[in-house]
Design a protein around this ligand. Structure first.
Ligand code: ZN
Ligand code: ZN
Length: 330
């Protein structure tokens, strides 16, 4: 089969690999849609803690079951499914608390073992979720949407009438759609890229151009502020925009060595809540429900459907101009 492969740190190749065979408890997926994520580039550069080489990247993928190993029940050849890429040890303290995504030795398809930038991929039967009549491209957004919902999970029960998201990229947009679905009246999205802002506006979010005027308008005026840029200066400013009793969510991936300064007195006096979030926690069914509810607005987040071969070039070069989520279609 054809595959994109990272043979070693900083290397990408488009190559032939042996067709995968399903082991006990495993199925083989014929990949039909597979999303490109900034994490893939970090994995290739060797900047992602738990990655291993060689590895076929791709952790956001959906497809059809074309092989079933022994000891698998409840799945049939031809089933259309999406993959939950994470697999945890099951025994560390985090796992025993139900926080699989915070496992000390978390593994993932496309990170620590071969993933979805290939014509086929072997996964554990427990990692697949039926998608019914949902398209493969929309279903392949379940992993990033799962990350969004995991980020919002500690905010359950909070009143969020107005939220601001910094960064109108694919993750910022999915965050916006999830907040709208949660009942947030106004979701403001801030970016420096006018084309991305237009995209956000077309998706039912309120776009605002980054700058001093926007900062003044929103100062201490939002129940929730979210960083979806990974820019430390943006992360440092999140508390400026939240109301008394509000929350800030560190969702973007900042450089590991970045440091920001926050006033502990302000966190105390205005009773602010600061949240972090990492990955998804086996919440693919909720993610599929949210994508279904968002419908066309979620489908539009995928702007580019490309052949597998092009992905190896994009990972080592430039993402297409004006792109939001780029997916491989096979
Ligand atoms: Zn991703
Ligand atoms: Zn564990």
């Amino acid at each position: 089969m054809k595959a994109v492969n990272f043979p070693g740190k900083g290397q990408v190749e488009f190559c032939d690999l042996p067709d995968p065979e399903p082991g006990s408890g495993e199925v083989v997926i014929r990949v039909r849609a597979s999303g490109l994520c900034h994490t893939d580039i970090e994995i290739m550069r060797g900047n992602y803690g738990t990655s291993a080489f060689p590895v076929v990247p791709g952790h956001e993928f959906a497809g059809e079951i074309v092989g079933i190993g022994p000891e698998v029940s409840g799945l049939n050849l031809g089933d259309c499914v999406v993959v939950d890429p994470n697999f945890e040890c099951g025994t560390c303290q985090a796992c025993r608390r139900g926080w699989a995504h915070l496992c000390n030795s978390l593994g993932a398809y496309g990170v620590t073992v071969n993933g979805g930038f290939a014509e086929m991929c072997t996964v554990r039967a427990g990692a697949v979720y039926p998608i019914g009549n949902m398209g493969f491209s929309l279903a392949a957004l379940a992993e990033p949407m799962g990350c969004v919902l995991n980020g919002l999970s500690p905010l359950a029960g909070r009143v969020i009438e107005r939220a601001v998201i910094f960064g109108a990229g694919p993750m910022g947009l999915l965050m916006g759609l999830a907040l709208r679905n949660r009942g947030t009246d106004e979701v403001i999205v801030i970016d420096i890229d006018e084309r991305r802002l237009q995209f956000a506006g077309n998706s039912g979010l309120t776009p605002l151009l980054a700058g001093p005027d926007t900062d003044d308008k929103l100062r201490q005026a939002c129940d929730l502020s979210v960083d979806a840029t990974g820019v430390p200066a943006v992360a440092a400013s999140l508390v400026d925009f939240i109301t008394n009793g509000g929350a800030a969510l560190f969702f973007g991936v900042c450089p590991q060595d970045a440091r920001i300064s926050i006033s502990p007195f302000e966190v105390f006096r205005r009773q602010l809540s600061l949240f972090g979030t990492h990955s998804l926690n086996h919440n693919i069914p909720d993610a599929l429900d949210t994508l279904r509810a968002a419908g066309k607005a979620a489908e539009r987040v995928v702007t580019h459907l490309l052949p597998l071969k092009d992905v190896s070039e994009i990972i080592s070069g430039q993402v297409p101009r004006g792109s939001m989520k780029v997916q491989v279609t096979i």
